[in-house]
Design a protein around this ligand. Structure first.
Ligand code: IVH
Length: 817
């Protein structure tokens, strides 16, 4: 490509990327995937590297970060970053307005209303149109210089173009993490077993203070601007200033409104009270500002705040509702989280049915009793929380909620370490959610790669006793027949504190009635989600009458359900009913209810309960009860799973080693160990010294490896896996060990190479005893610099002092030239 062509392509790519950034940030409506976006960016970076003269400082490529900041410099603000007075009441707002009228001596002024965004305040200074500094609010006088991180926020202009741009100006605004991004990050953290971020505000503030700006770049922060400062600004009002910064390309939330008087402010507050929940950022109120700058000057400041602006805060919305029961969730690490099941109540635009209780301390702090009426609030957190109980509505004989002592999933006695708030189930070996975590890892793409075993299928197999460890997967082949007809979806079930099985109301109503499709039941419930259970059932009877579907028998069945639920008075779970109660209705008291109840505390599915009860049912009844069951394993699914399992036996030793899920042994270490020792026997026989001698192996790793290998249970699993034909030694023909000139070296290649394709270079490094690392870090021994190495990677490598060698030098090292 010649320079002219490159210039054209760069302009084209920049425009395209800016367009997609705009779709993503301003319109929350991306047209292309992140992957496609990254491809465009990569192409741009490659061109800019080949033609450095064409690099525009405002190019979208300048957002990928790569700068490492150890300590943030403290910088003084040229104008103090003020805070605002707060009020929660309309009366105080009116008093504020009266003070403004008095201060000005007349009522002829306008207000400018904005939402109060709950993020992190930022001040950004531009000189000669270029961003030079971004500083946090700090104590108002001085804050931290976070320029490198702010530069990665893709819709904050790095350069302003146009006529009459002042030589120096400052904009202020609020940086935030969009709610969707926050949820995405937390979902990924949950998957990885990392601690969850508390709320979007903390997440934004934490992100802004990260040391590695390339990590910040991935977090997709955003910013709303609401203030312009400078000496030579040609504006006399705030509304003009806002229009101007919008024109310059700053992101301004389209929620503002210029109004004539305080009544209109009150209207604005009312208008946004509910609507604000649809914004991408948390808001906790409204800021009203006198619009005219001369009038602002006349009004001046108190010791702390301006007299021309105030924040009205919405009261955190609170609602009162009844506590139905407390259930306990068991995480993949065995951590227990109590959940309050609530009678549905409408709060801040959504129906709330559950609230997290976090841990036993929280239950104690609230002094929660069974059947309490509680206040729920929705704050910055996504999950509502219980703030207090209403003591006046407590029954005099209500019992305190007592924390479970045993795991609801496996019955093992719970443990609680002194320093920790959470209880844990210590039964890592066979507690279903903990087994699930391990099996999911074992079958994952980068381990045994059995993609026909998704979470739902694994969970079903664990819950029904088919799998407790990875080796059991290879026993399934022999149990094919037993799998046929087994219930698959566990999502329709829920268990209560002492293991009592519940089933979704949807399934129950579908099975209890005749002539209604499951979709009809589903749609009905979706429309009536806000009603408490008793009212839902009444409304459902009405619905049956309207649909004219077997009215007497169907409504009669629901009558039975209502009275049975009342009679048995079991703990209530919104949207679920006890399976025992439903089965009891079908059996019309042929079996003692206590017996059904006991069985339903031990079994995890309708299928399992029926097997245990060992009933002789007629065909009609069998068909009706079948409607309660989830999807079942059928021939196709089983065949597909068996094929996946069989193929996985070919995975190489390093993958098998990684799949075992030994703590601290990631993919790279597994590869390192597998290639170093060649067989599991040699690895098992290795002494600590031998292990520590390997570059990249530390003490923690040695300890967890030895701990794992010394446990008889793990030895047994390895022996069984060997028996099933899994690879526990390196296949020499595959790993073509060509030499050891790179032994102990950690290497990365970047940019385009002429002698190797992407995967080939990895193989070449490994074949000569080296270790291939996929990101730039100070632990690298060197980087093989190919053509068009990304500028940010290069900058980072230089900063970290990682040597860079050419492809020719590399070839010499491995003796290929
Ligand atoms: S104006 C004197 N406008 O609230 C004017 N502030 O308590 C000061 N904030 O530190 C700022 N949304 O972080 C203004 N639309 C908005 C705002 C806003 C959020 C924050 C900002 C400031 C704090 C003031």
């Amino acid at each position: 490509m010649n320079p002219q062509e490159a210039e054209k392509r760069i302009a084209q790519l920049s425009q395209e990327i800016n367009h997609h950034n705009n779709r993503y940030y301003q319109e929350s409506n991306p047209e292309i995937s992140d992957f496609e976006f990254d491809k465009l960016l990569e192409e741009l970076i490659a061109l800019e590297t080949s033609f450095p003269d064409l690099l525009d400082p405002d190019s979208p490529s300048q957002r990928v970060g790569g700068t490492i900041t150890k300590d943030f410099q403290t910088v003084e603000h040229s104008t103090k970053m003020l805070s605002l007075g707060n009020t929660y009441s309309v009366e105080e707002l009116i008093s504020f307005d009266e003070r403004v009228v008095k201060g000005l001596g007349h009522p002829n002024f306008e207000y400018f209303c904005e939402m109060k965004f709950d993020g992190v305040a930022i001040s950004i200074v531009y000189e000669n149109g270029r961003m030079v500094r971004a500083v946090t609010r700090g104590d108002g006088y001085k804050g931290d210089d976070v320029t490198a991180n702010v530069r990665t926020i893709r819709n904050i202009p790095l350069e302003i173009k146009g006529d009459n741009i002042p030589a120096t100006f400052e904009v202020r605004g609020e940086i935030f993490l969009p709610l969707k991004e926050f949820l995405k990050i937390n979902a990924a953290r949950e998957e990885a077993g990392d601690a969850l971020l508390a709320n979007p505000r903390n997440a934004a503030s934490g992100t802004l203070k990260m040391q590695d700006s390339s990590v910040v770049a991935k977090r997709r922060l955003n910013c709303y601007f609401y203030q312009l400062l400078g000496d030579e600004l040609s504006v006399n009002t705030h509304s003009e200033a806002i229009s101007l910064i919008e024109k310059w390309g700053f992101n301004v939330s389209q929620t503002y409104r210029k109004v004539a008087d305080i009544q209109e402010v009150i209207q604005y507050i009312e208008d946004w009270k509910e609507k604000r929940f649809s914004l991408p950022v948390d808001t906790d109120g409204v800021v009203l500002k006198v619009n005219n700058y001369d009038q602002r000057e006349e009004l001046g400041f108190t010791a702390k705040n301006p007299r021309w602006a105030i924040a009205y805060k919405y009261k955190a919305e609170s609602a009162e509702t009844e506590l139905l029961s407390v259930t306990y969730q068991v995480g993949r690490t065995g951590a227990i989280t109590p959940v309050a099941n609530l009678s549905p109540v409408s709060l801040a635009g959504t129906t709330v049915k559950r609230a997290s209780l976090h841990n036993a301390n929280e239950i104690e702090r609230l002094d929660l009793h069974e059947g309490d009426f509680v206040f729920v609030e929705k704050g910055g957190e996504i999950i509502p929380k219980i703030t207090a109980v209403n003591p006046e509505r407590r029954n005099s004989n209500a019992k305190p909620v007592s924390y479970i002592t045993h795991c609801p999933e496996c019955g093992t006695e719970l443990e609680r370490k002194e320093s920790e708030a959470k209880h844990y189930c210590p039964n890592a070996e066979s507690c279903p959610p903990q087994v699930l975590g391990r099996i999911e890892h074992f079958v994952s793409k980068r381990a045994m790669d059995i993609d026909s075993m998704g979470t739902e299928r694994i969970r079903a197999l664990i819950d029904q006793g088919f799998i407790t460890d990875p080796a059991d997967i290879y026993e399934l082949e022999a149990k094919k027949e037993e799998l046929l007809g087994l219930e698959m979806s566990q999502d329709q079930y829920e268990t209560e504190g002492d293991g009592l099985l519940y089933i979704t109301l949807e399934k129950a109503l579908y099975a209890l009635t005749e002539g209604l499709t499951s979709k009809q039941v589903h749609d009905f419930l979706a429309e009536n989600t806000e009603l408490p259970l008793a009212e839902v059932l009444k409304a459902f009877q009405e619905h049956i009458r309207k649909l004219k579907k077997k009215v007497p028998s169907n409504t009669g069945m629901i009558d039975y359900l209502i009275s049975n639920l009342k009679d048995h008075n079991l703990p209530k779970l919104e949207d679920y009913v006890p399976v025992a109660v439903v089965i009891d209705l079908f059996l019309s008291r042929k079996v003692d209810f206590q017996q059904v109840l006991e069985v339903s505390k031990k079994e995890g599915t309708v299928h399992g309960i029926l097997l245990k009860l060992n009933l002789d049912l007629n065909q009609q009844l069998t068909d009706r009860i079948k409607k309660l069951k989830a999807n079942t394993f059928q021939d196709g699914v089983i065949k597909n799973m068996m094929e996946g399992i069989a193929v996985s036996k070919n995975q190489p030793f390093e993958k098998v080693l990684f799949a075992l899920g030994i703590r601290n042994i990631g993919e790279n270490t597994a590869q390192l160990l597998a290639r170093h020792f060649g067989t599991i026997e040699k690895l098992e026989a290795a002494t600590s010294e031998q292990l520590l001698d390997i570059n990249g192996v530390g003490e923690t790793l040695v300890l967890s490896l030895q701990d794992f290998l010394s446990q008889p249970k793990n030895q047994e699993i390895i022996a069984r896996l060997k028996g099933f034909g899994l690879n526990f030694e390196v296949d020499e023909s595959e790993s073509k060990q060509l030499g050891n000139s790179l032994e102990g070296k950690r290497i990365l290649a970047s940019g385009k190479l002429t002698h190797f394709k992407r995967d080939e270079i990895k193989d070449a490094v490994i074949a000569h005893g080296g270790q291939y690392i996929s990101s730039v870090s100070k632990n690298l021994d060197f980087i093989i610099e190919g053509e068009d190495m990304g500028p940010s990677k290069k900058e980072k490598a230089q900063k970290l002092g990682v040597p860079m060698i050419s492809e020719e030098d590399f070839l010499k090292m491995i003796g290929d030239v």
